[in-house]
Design a protein around this ligand. Structure first.
Ligand code: ATP
Length: 250
């Protein structure tokens, strides 16, 4: 039997971070953020513009290596992984949904939605089948053979959600996913995301400054100036006590 790594996190958290610090060009964006998230939880990450939400999602998803601190996914250290391993992890186990759909204009809608499966080596036929199922659920199945340029922005955002869900990832990082949408489109996108997450036990980290969007989550975490606040109180200092109290698992 392989011994667990030293200082490994509790194994009941799918995602766990300890004392994350990150600075952009010397300006601090995250200051001692520690958290743990259980499988299947939907957690809203709230806070004003510039409070560090995107930076935290990027560190947790392995897109950005934090200046200091640890990120663990299913008890595997992400912060020490090489670039290739992190890319594979992001492709196979994580989904990303940002405020912009970022679709590839030369690909058809279904190909955009199927991209994570195609990149992972799934057959064309099974990837298309899975992508079209999600597109149907999002009421855009009729556009499967079109190019993104012929869709509205809200429809493109639904394609981006289908792409995030298509390989049924362990974790979806959603960064202000409803920000560019009108109210009805927001509701459909959120409903599909949360329904899919609950039925497939997908963990969701949802960064938002929109109250209605945050209300769809099981729990909230507030970031203020790169620090986590606890229950709306002032952010705790970056001490062992503060880190412990900041843990989402507490
Ligand atoms: N690539 C970057 N280069 C330089 N500074 C950055 C970069 N990304 C973020 N920042 C700065 O880091 C801080 C945190 O930004 P971040 O985008 O993480 O916050 P946010 O809460 O997601 O805000 P927003 O809602 O505006 O995206 C801000 O002061 C921002 O200006």
């Amino acid at each position: 039997m392989v011994a667990p790594p030293e200082n490994a996190p509790p194994d009941n958290d799918v995602l766990w971070a300890r004392s994350l610090h990150h600075a952009h060009d010397g300006a601090p964006a995250l200051v001692g953020v520690s958290l743990g998230v259980r499988q299947g939880e939907i957690v809203a990450l709230t806070g004003p513009r510039g409070s560090g939400k995107t930076t935290l999602l990027r560190c947790l998803s392995g897109q950005l290596r934090p200046c200091e601190g640890e990120v663990w996914f299913n008890s595997v250290p992400v912060h020490t992984m090489g670039d290739l391993a992190r890319e594979r992890l992001r492709r196979d186990r994580f989904g990303w949904l940002g405020p912009e759909p970022q679709l590839l204009p030369e690909l058809k809608v279904w190909e955009n939605a199927a991209l994570p499966l195609l990149l992972a080596g799934a057959s064309h036929r099974s990837a298309k089948h899975a992508a079209c199922e999600w597109l149907d659920r999002l009421d855009i199945g009729a556009f499967a053979r079109k190019r993104p340029a012929s869709l509205t922005r809200a429809e493109c955002q639904r394609v981006a959600l289908a792409r995030a869900l298509v390989n049924v990832p362990s974790v979806i990082y959603a960064d202000e996913p409803t920000a560019p949408l009108h109210r009805a489109d927001r509701a459909l996108l959120l409903r599909t995301l949360t329904t899919a997450a609950r039925s497939h036990e997908i963990t969701v980290l949802l960064a938002t400054d929109d109250e209605a969007t945050a209300a769809a989550a099981d729990r909230r975490l507030a970031l203020v100036d790169g620090r986590l606040a606890v229950n709306g109180a002032s952010p705790l200092p970056d001490t062992p006590e503060g880190q412990a109290a900041c843990s989402l698992s507490a």
